[in-house]
Every structure is written in C-alpha cells, then in structure tokens.
Design a protein around this ligand. Structure first.
Ligand SMILES: Nc1ncnc2c1ncn2[C@@H]1O[C@H](COP(=O)(O)OP(=O)(O)OP(=O)(O)O)[C@@H](O)[C@H]1O
Length: 226
C-alpha cells in the first residue's frame, strides 16, 4: 500500500517558564494507506502531543511531517484547515457529540465546512455512513437517548462524513464496557479494510493488539523491543 504519512525526526518541546520539557524527541515513522496503528505508552510519554501533530492541530514542532505528499509545515493556516477537514476524521473518548442536534445532524455537521460537497448530497451521505455503522434507525434521536456504544458509532459516522484518508481516535474505548469497546474497535478496524488509515491512542492492550502496528512511546521517544 502507498504511504499516507511520514514523520521524520519530529521533536516537540514545551517551556514551562523555567525549563524545557521534551514532549517528543526525534520521532520518525511512516504509515500506509489502510494501515491500523496503535500508539501506546504511559501517561506523559507524548501520545497526545503526537496526536495533535498528526491531526494538524499543532505546528510548533521541529522536523518534517508529510501527509498525502504535502509537507504540513509549508502550509498557511487556511491551507492547514482545508487539509484537516478533507483528510482527517476524529473520534474521542467522550464522543463529543452536539447534544441538541439529532444523530443525522451531528453527522451532517462536518460536511457544512467542506465546500467540495454539494448541499443536496448532505443527507444521502450522512445516511450512507450511519447505515455503515448500523444506526440508520436512530436518525432523529438525540445523543442522550443513545447508549455509549451507539454514541461512539455516531461519532465514527461523523468522522467518516468527509471520506477522510485518516481517522485519529483518542482512547475511543476508554468510556465503554469491554464488550462494547470490542465492537467499537472492530468497527474501527473495518474502516481500514475500506482503505482508511486508522491511528488509535489507547491504554487498552486488546485494542492495540488488533492493530497492524504498535508504537510504544516512552519519555517522548519510540521504545523498541520492550
Ligand atoms: N502545552 C504544554 N505545555 C507544557 N508541557 C506540555 C504541554 N503539553 C504537553 N506537555 C508535556 O509534554 C509531555 C507529554 O505530554 P502528553 O500530554 O503528550 O502525554 P500523554 O502520553 O498524552 O499523557 P496522558 O496519557 O496522560 O494523556 C508531558 O511531560 C507534558 O507535561
């Protein structure tokens, strides 16, 4: 499979006023189209920092991040926002659905920021992704009327609305019981079979083991052979 993204010697330092914290040091790896990757490691090892860079939310790093043949550092804020909206879908631990919007309208929302999609196609596309996660019969429900697993499936449908090449999931099973978490991780794995790259930050070894590749961070570097 072709390469989707590549980090080359990515380093991210934060200053707390008196001293520098190296959140990431010289991190290099690449991920292919349709690959599933788990990022694991203890608290403070740099997982969130890495996810922010991969998600084009943080540009304060040194080194090179290339996604879809584009060097992220060469883009201005508007180009970055465009690339983010087109290429990346997010899934969070707490689902982050909009409580006053129906399931259907939560999924339509990201399309409203995508000028490449005709307004007339919104509903049809939302229906198709909701069908693919098994929630076609919950279109008018509000998030609070759904179980945690159903809410996460809506969130996955929303992440897919713009047909991204990359889905970034931050502890997607962290708020779910193990059976529901297993279903959600299987659903995320199935996205990769359709060619979407899936990167999951997780504390759950069972989720990590399902991924093609695991990266273990330790003090901001990739730990090998542990
Ligand atoms: N905005 C910031 N300012 C200062 N230091 C930061 C900032 N963001 C992260 N750090 C530091 O960088 C290091 C890595 O943090 P990060 O949040 O990436 O770890 P993590 O592996 O995601 O942790 P957790 O599992 O607890 O979420 C930590 O030492 C953290 O204190």
């Amino acid at each position: 499979m072709a390469e989707l993204l590549k980090l080359d010697k990515v380093t991210r330092a934060f200053s707390d006023g008196t001293q520098q914290v190296m959140a990431l040091s010289n991190v290099s790896f690449s991920v292919s189209e349709g690959e599933t990757l788990a990022i694991v490691g203890p608290s403070g090892s740099g997982k969130s920092t890495l996810l922010s860079i991969l998600g084009l939310l943080d540009r304060g790093y040194k080194g090179t991040y290339t996604i879809s043949d584009t060097n992220a550092a060469a883009l201005d804020n508007q180009q970055l926002a465009h690339l983010r909206n087109r290429e990346i879908g997010w899934v969070f631990q707490n689902f982050n659905l909009i409580s006053h919007l129906s399931v259907l309208h939560n999924v339509v929302l990201p399309m409203r920021y995508n000028r490449e999609i005709d307004k007339r196609a919104y509903h049809q596309r939302a229906l198709a992704v909701l069908d693919s996660v098994g929630l076609k019969d919950k279109l008018d429900a509000k998030p609070s009327q759904l179980s945690g697993g159903q809410q996460q499936r809506v969130a996955i449908a929303r992440a897919l609305a713009n047909q991204p090449s990359l889905v970034l999931a931050d502890e997607p099973t962290g708020n779910l019981d193990s059976k529901t978490g297993n279903m959600i991780s299987e659903l995320l794995m199935s996205l990769a079979q359709a060619g979407t790259t899936v990167i999951i930050v997780t504390h759950d070894d069972k989720v990590a083991a399902k991924c093609d590749t695991q990266i273990r961070l330790k003090d901001g570097t990739i730990a090998h052979g542990e």
